[in-house]
Write a protein of this length. Sequence first.
Length: 79
Amino acid sequence: MTEKLDFEKALKELERLVKQLEENDLPLEESLKTFEHGINLSRYCAKCLDDAEKRIQQLSRDENNEPMLKAWEGDSEDL
């Protein structure tokens, strides 16, 4: 049974693979397969983020279909 992989599951699996590659002394062929799987997951995650950004841009339009851009105010506290 194959389950559709969402972004969070793909990222968690990618983190697991990185840890496995860093900590284990895998045979060359297994290391290459693990690395290849990690690259595929990385590309999938990047595509998910790109798609999310496009959705946000589409949703962030005014009544004239113009982008509503606003400065990010998240981490701009005075120190």
